[in-house]
Write a protein that binds this ligand. Structure first.
Ligand SMILES: Nc1ncnc2c1ncn2[C@@H]1O[C@H](COP(=O)(O)OP(=O)(O)OP(=O)(O)O)[C@@H](O)[C@H]1O
Ligand SMILES: [Mg+2]
Length: 450
């Protein structure tokens, strides 16, 4: 039998996004072709099933987004979640849930529209790949300049000193120098000069022979010997005592040394990479650092800029750390709200990338759903935004153009005007703007108009 199509049928068949219509019990009534593609369900099989069986949230215990919308008392909600299609593939989708009420405010049903955002994800991943070198992420020009010279530095046998504040990625650079060099299949051995007192450090580096001291019951190979043919990473070299500097200087000059308790000179073919977060010139001036050692260690240097001088890396790193965390914790679509990201952009990160990594991980654990909000960040970061808000709310204060795009600034201006015209009545302002109260509220929060 040939039935004439309704306008609704035509709309459902033609739109590119998935549409699912449910009745008041949230059982499926309609599932359009795009929704069938995303979910893997045919419409006739889906009809009558609870919505959360068809648009199946990936997170255990999560309900159908419509249900949470109703529970929160909002009529419209937009979010990004991960769903499982019929064969169990994870698909990140952007879902808009809309609750339908009749005139008496009785629940009539709901509509959910959703789109597959995997391509967006893939783009983000590709962008991250292109902004990374040997696992080091950055799109900052000074960092890119370092990436450019790394292969050449890696090939040379000269000592490289990596300088930068704590947590800037000195060890990552040292490892990259090793893995880009011809020594990549040989050992990479670290020794931390700040962790050990002189006598132990000396034994660690040079090794000792049986009987060298009371506890030396047998010969012990040092780190230098272990690094033979490979790379020796001397970390925190600024913390080395002048006495140890003398001992190491000899090795740096001709690669020869004697294990403790032995008078037999040994040789090792070792590439040395050193790192420090201390100001060596200042130590030199204060007489805490030996000049001869300084010049020996300071041949080729790499200066890693602190994170506060390359804020453009913050979103990239946040994404990267969220992805890594998401993989380990089965939460692949974890993301940040714009406000949370803005708070992070405003922070100076005294602990640099390591601090950012910790903040992201902590926030991901604290977040109640798949988005990290301002409230999940440490207090001091929340204050950066709040302080900014007070500044902006002062008479004559303006939103700085760096915090919003021109489009956003004009949207903010429209919302502010309409709110003023309606004397702050949000219901009226929302209907005049043609958006829901929930959306208005969200935008007011975003633009600091609340
Ligand atoms: N550009 C980057 N891309 C990705 N991860 C980074 C980057 N920089 C640093 N990290 C990460 O930040 C953390 C700190 O890096 P790393 O240990 O190399 O710093 P460091 O300069 O040696 O710090 P410290 O001075 O405290 O020894 C590590 O987990 C590292 O993987
Ligand atoms: Mg380090």
């Amino acid at each position: 039998m040939h039935t004439k199509k309704s306008t609704l049928d035509a709309v459902l068949e033609s739109v590119a996004c998935g549409v699912m219509i449910t009745d008041k019990d949230l059982n499926v009534v309609r599932l359009n072709p795009s929704a069938q593609l995303i979910t893997g369900w045919e419409e006739h099989e889906a009809v009558g099933r609870p919505c959360k069986e068809v648009l199946r949230p990936f997170l255990d215990g999560s309900d159908c987004p419509l249900r949470s919308c109703i529970r929160k008392g909002t009529t419209r909600e937009e979010e990004i979640i991960t769903v499982l299609n019929r064969v169990g593939d994870q698909i990140p989708v952007r879902v808009v849930s809309y609750v339908l009420f009749d005139d008496e405010h009785n629940l009539m049903g709901g509509i959910q529209t959703f789109g597959d955002i995997r391509t967006v994800h893939e783009l983000r991943t590709r962008l991250a790949r292109e902004s990374s070198f040997e696992g080091i992420l950055s799109r900052n020009h000074r960092m890119r300049a370092i990436f450019d010279v790394l292969p050449r530095l890696a090939e040379s046998h000269s000592t490289v000193l990596v300088r930068g504040e704590s947590g800037t990625g000195k060890e990552l650079i040292a490892k990259a120098l090793h893995s880009l060099s011809g020594r990549r299949h040989q050992p990479f051995i670290s020794v931390n000069c700040a962790a050990l007192p002189d006598t132990l450090l000396e034994a660690e580096l040079f090794g000792y022979v049986k009987g060298a001291f009371t506890d030396a019951r047998q010969d012990h190979e040092g780190r230098i010997a272990a690094a033979n043919n490979g790379t020796l990473f001397i970390d925190e070299v600024g913390d080395l005592s002048p006495a140890m500097q003398v001992k190491l200087l000899r090795f740096l000059q001709d690669r020869s040394y004697e294990p403790l308790g032995s008078n037999k000179t040994r040789k090792a073919d070792v590439r040395v990479v050193a790192a420090t977060n201390r100001n060596l010139e200042e130590l030199l001036q204060r007489g805490l650092y030996r000049e001869d050692f300084f010049y020996r260690i300071n041949v080729l240097t790499i200066d890693i800029p602190p994170l506060r001088d390359r804020k453009e890396d913050v979103p990239l790193l946040v994404d990267h750390f969220l992805q890594t965390w998401g993989l380990l914790n089965n939460r692949p679509t974890m993301r940040t709200t714009p406000l949370a990201l803005r708070a992070m952009m405003a922070w100076d990160f005294p602990g640099n990338v390591r601090e950012l990594e910790n903040i992201v991980e902590r926030a991901a654990v604290l977040a109640e759903d798949e988005s990290i909000d301002l409230s999940n960040l440490p207090d001091e970061l929340q204050h950066t935004v709040r302080r900014g808000r007070q500044e902006r709310d002062k008479p004559g204060g303006i939103i700085s153009s760096s915090s919003f795009s021109p489009m956003e600034l004009s949207e903010r201006e429209t919302i502010r005007t309409v709110l003023e015209e309606n004397e702050g009545n949000r219901q009226q302002a929302a209907s005049e703007l043609g958006i829901s109260r929930a959306t208005l509220w969200r935008k007011m929060k975003k633009y600091l108009l609340d």
